[in-house]
Design a protein around this ligand. Structure first.
Ligand code: MET
Ligand SMILES: [Zn+2]
Ligand SMILES: [Zn+2]
Length: 424
């Protein structure tokens, strides 16, 4: 058995590489991952769909190359930090007395990328041989939409040749003892609404100012937000099952240079919203609401709604939303549950991921993708200040992945042919 402190120190090394947007140090991360892969004798390949944005791709060959393979995906980038608001440097990976490791990416999701590798290290040391091939992808740009990362990867011939049968990707920390798992995710709909109006003296009361127009929209957005949030608060819906709307920026007017007098009413005002739409929601009423209530042309308003490219309508074909099947006919689900239990982990009910992640690129191809980050008894700190993960929780997660990878990589279905990919 390897000394846990060397395992933790490798995690710290990865965390210390600053891969925060807008200038992620991708080549440093790539070098680190490649050196880890070499120490594990994994086959390595670097794909660079866009220059400067390497995607590292590793293989542990299985004994039966005809069986669909396992893909363990993780992203190498992290979101930016407000450095001065952290108790410990965000790229220092400081460990405090309780064993909490502080770093941007400690939860989202450098933990997972390293846990895959550490689990493989342990399995190799134990003499385990996979039947199915196990692939690992370390992708760039997830936090900015994945266009130059997972999206191009999932569409590539390189990916098709892998004959992937199941994808694992990120989940979320769980404040209680149950790990969380996700079978689908909400869609991000970034929305900007703009109001224009007559400019004028700050002392004058008149109708149809840009600010008034924008404020009326914001009030309407807030009512809708509350209606959705109430469903969650009442326990009627889970977080991933409602539409969330949060105002994330406001821009209007010119602050007074002296601070004494602010007497200009601006002619333009705008607000930005992070909207997340569950796959179970009908997008049309929301689109109508945006056009008619939140940014009505009748109030001189315009809007920009950037919906991430969606090759397949979630409502296509079956007349009901296409989710990744969690029912018992999907063997990967049951295997995961058993494997987690074997490693002494507990699981909650499958959920819809309330944020968005690269898993959608694979799901859109009809592949089952499970979101899972083994962090129990951990506050949810992704994108927050002082993001941390406890070292014992991290080590436990390695054993959980060891158990999952073992189960997946040795799974042979004797009873029937493997389910074909969902036809989309
Ligand atoms: C649609 S891009 C997703 C970026 C990030 N993972 C988020 O959920 O905000
Ligand atoms: Zn993430
Ligand atoms: Zn994130």
């Amino acid at each position: 058995e390897e000394d846990p402190s060397s395992i933790i120190s490798r995690f710290q090394q990865y965390l210390q590489i600053n891969t925060a947007h807008p200038h992620p140090h991708y080549s440093q991360a790539a070098d680190f991952i490649l050196s880890q892969a070499q120490s594990l004798s994994l086959e390595t390949r670097t794909l660079e769909f866009v220059q400067g944005k390497p995607l590292i791709f590793l293989k542990w060959p299985g004994s039966d190359p005809d069986l669909p393979s396992i893909l363990l995906n993780s992203h190498t980038d992290v979101v930016t930090v407000e450095q001065e608001k952290w108790s410990h440097p965000p790229f220092g990976a400081h460990i405090d007395r309780q064993g909490n490791i502080y770093a941007r990416g400690s939860q989202d999701m450098k933990c997972v990328g390293m846990q895959y590798l550490e689990a493989i290290r342990k399995l190799k040391a134990s003499g385990f041989q996979p039947v199915r091939s196990v692939y690992l992808s370390f992708v760039p740009d997830e936090e900015i939409g994945g266009r130059d990362g997972a999206e191009k990867f999932a569409a590539s011939d390189a990916f098709k040749n892998l004959n992937v049968g199941i994808v694992l990707d990120e989940g979320l920390a769980s404040p209680n003892e149950n790990y969380r798992m996700f079978y689908a995710e909400r869609r991000a709909w970034p929305l900007v609404i703009r109001a224009t109006g007559q400019p004028g003296h700050g002392a004058k009361l008149y109708d149809n100012t840009a600010m008034e127009n924008l404020l009326r929209s914001i009030e309407s957005v807030r009512r809708f937000r509350a209606s959705q949030f109430d469903l969650v608060k009442a326990g009627l819906k889970a977080e991933g099952e409602v539409i969330s709307v949060n105002m994330v920026f406001l821009k209007a007017g010119t602050p007074s240079p002296t601070g004494f007098v602010m007497n200009l009413q601006p002619s333009e005002a705008e607000a930005g919203f992070d909207i997340r739409v569950p796959p179970t929601a009908d997008p049309e009423p929301l689109e109508r609401r945006i056009a008619e209530e939140w940014a009505p042309a009748s109030r001189n308003m315009t809007f920009e709604l950037r919906r991430f490219k969606q090759k397949v309508s979630l409502h296509a074909k079956f007349g009901k939303p296409v989710l990744n099947v969690t029912d018992i006919s999907n063997p990967w689900w049951t295997l995961l549950e058993e494997a987690v239990r074997k490693a002494n982990g507990k699981l909650g009910q499958p959920e819809i991921f309330p944020a968005s992640t690269d898993a959608r690129q694979f799901r859109q191809q009809g592949l089952p993708a499970i979101g899972f980050s083994p962090m129990a008894n951990t506050p949810i700190l992704l994108h927050d200040h002082d993001e941390f993960l406890n070292q014992d929780e991290y080590l436990k997660g390695i054993d959980v992945y060891g158990s999952i990878i073992k189960a997946y990589a040795s799974y042979i279905d004797h009873t029937r042919k493997e389910a074909p990919r969902d036809e989309l």
